[in-house]
Design a binder for this molecule. Structure first.
Ligand code: FES
Length: 119
């Protein structure tokens, strides 16, 4: 394991990263670090929460960090409900923390990107 690798042996963040992924977060251009997760990118930018629960509007962001709790959901390249803690940033990613409104399901109201059953 190199000094730059994380505990799993994946390449870690590096400085002077010539191939650093260029992404957008909510439409704002951001340079990520190679090997960084979406959650890592958001936290390193000072974000502690990036969505809220439907019922109570309580903030959600990085909680378990291991893909279990689903608190860290974001939209990446139009794909909703991506776990930010599990998704490595890739060059060109369009990351949305505020979910776009979803079309109404037959017989139901339009969704807001949060899971049902959340308090
Ligand atoms: S922080 Fe728990 S699934 Fe991502």
């Amino acid at each position: 394991m190199t000094p730059e690798a994380d505990h799993r042996g994946r390449p870690g963040p590096s400085t002077g990263d010539a191939g650093a992924p260029q992404v957008t977060v909510d439409g704002v251009a951001v340079t990520a670090r190679t090997g960084q997760t979406v959650a890592g990118l958001l936290v390193s930018a000072g974000r502690t929460s990036w969505r809220s629960t439907r019922g109570g509007g309580r903030p959600r962001g990085l909680f378990c960090g291991i893909g279990v709790c689903f608190d860290c959901l974001v939209e990446v390249n139009g794909v909703p409900d991506v776990r930010a803690c599990q998704r490595l940033v890739a060059d060109g990613d369009d990351i949305r923390t505020a979910p776009r409104p979803r079309p109404a399901a037959p017989g139901g109201p339009a969704g807001d990107g949060t899971r049902t059953g959340e308090a």
